[in-house]
Write a protein that binds this ligand. Structure first.
Ligand code: CP
Length: 307
């Protein structure tokens, strides 16, 4: 039963519950007109304390396409947050007006704090360099649509694995499906945090490899998940400049990959995928952005208990 629940961490839902969301997302994709009044009379609050394009707009589009309405802010200084109001008081107040809340925050754990004080479902839309569970729903749905299964894949994750919250959530979620192998491709300074390696991979006896070059491993991958270097999480601009163009996927590098590899990216992209790749049928990142809206439509409907 998903009605009334929060989504803060990718493991908050069982595999069966995630499948339930995907089944509904697929139904909505096939016949969207059947669902356009599903959330009539419901209100979603979008509380974005950090910039966003895909997550915010896809949540807003999702609610509007379900016949609901949206309130919120994308600039926290326009709310009483700028006067020092706490997360707890903000969410208690929002719960007086809205039926469901989506929160992005630069501080790790902020959406969890909100959920602990909330009368309405709270969805984590990204907390600092920690987790991004609805990007994970997006990524899993994309893999399912492209490959037909979430198991038996060789998955390369490339770029900023230290600060890239989408990677942390995706590894956690995919580690629950059998026979996946992870190839973690990053410079030493941007390696995946120990808690991801230990808790998600080693504890579950999952095969993984850490490498610093993409060329040596690209031919064995079924899925390549590129990420940008997260400029906003660096303390030192010199380090960012030194590392930002470390990996650039271009036609030359992709030439050695499998014919049916899929290239994913949570976006935004900076330089890490050359524009020439966009027209390659294996480039899935804009389809991925679209699947994100359907995944969020299904999630909203399930948490509100209207489907
Ligand atoms: N993928 C993602 O979270 O994009 P935004 O930062 O634009 O929401």
């Amino acid at each position: 039963m998903l009605k009334g629940r929060h989504l803060i961490d990718p493991m908050d839902f069982t595999k069966d519950e995630i499948q339930e969301i995907f089944d509904l997302a697929k139904e909505i994709m096939e016949a969207p007109e059947k669902y356009h009044r599903l959330c009539e009379g419901k209100l979603l609050a979008a509380l974005f304390y950090e910039p966003s394009t895909r997550t915010r707009f896809s949540f807003e589009a999702a609610m509007l396409r379900l016949g609901g309405r949206v309130i919120g802010f994308s600039e926290p200084n326009s709310s009483s947050v700028s006067k020092g109001e706490s997360i707890a008081d903000t969410i208690r107040t929002i719960g007086c007006y809205a039926d469901i809340a989506v929160m992005r925050h630069p501080k790790e754990g902020a959406p969890r704090v909100a959920s602990m004080h909330s009368e309405i479902p709270v969805i984590n839309a990204g907390d600092g360099g920690h987790q991004h569970p609805t990007q994970t729903l997006t990524d899993l749905l994309t893999i399912l649509m492209a490959k037909g299964s979430l198991s038996n894949h060789r998955i390369g994750l490339c770029g900023d694995l230290k600060f890239g919250r989408t990677v942390h959530s995706l590894v956690k979620a995919l580690s629950r499906y059998p026979n996946n192998k992870f190839i973690l491709i990053s410079p030493k300074e941007l390696r995946a945090p120990d808690y991801v390696i230990k808790e998600s991979l080693e504890k579950n006896n999952i095969e993984y490899l850490e490498v610093e070059e993409i060329e040596n491993v690209i031919e064995e991958l079924d899925i390549l998940y590129m990420t940008r270097v997260q400029k906003e999480r660096f303390f030192n601009e010199e380090d960012y400049i030194r590392l930002k163009d470390r990996f650039i996927l271009d036609g030359n590098k992709l030439r050695n990959s499998k014919k049916d590899i899929i290239v994913l990216h949570p976006l935004p992209r900076v330089n890490e995928i050359a524009y020439e790749i966009d027209k390659d049928p294996r480039a899935y990142y804009f389809k991925q952005a679209k699947y994100g809206m359907y995944a969020r439509m299904a999630l909203i409907a399930k948490l509100l208990g209207v489907a």
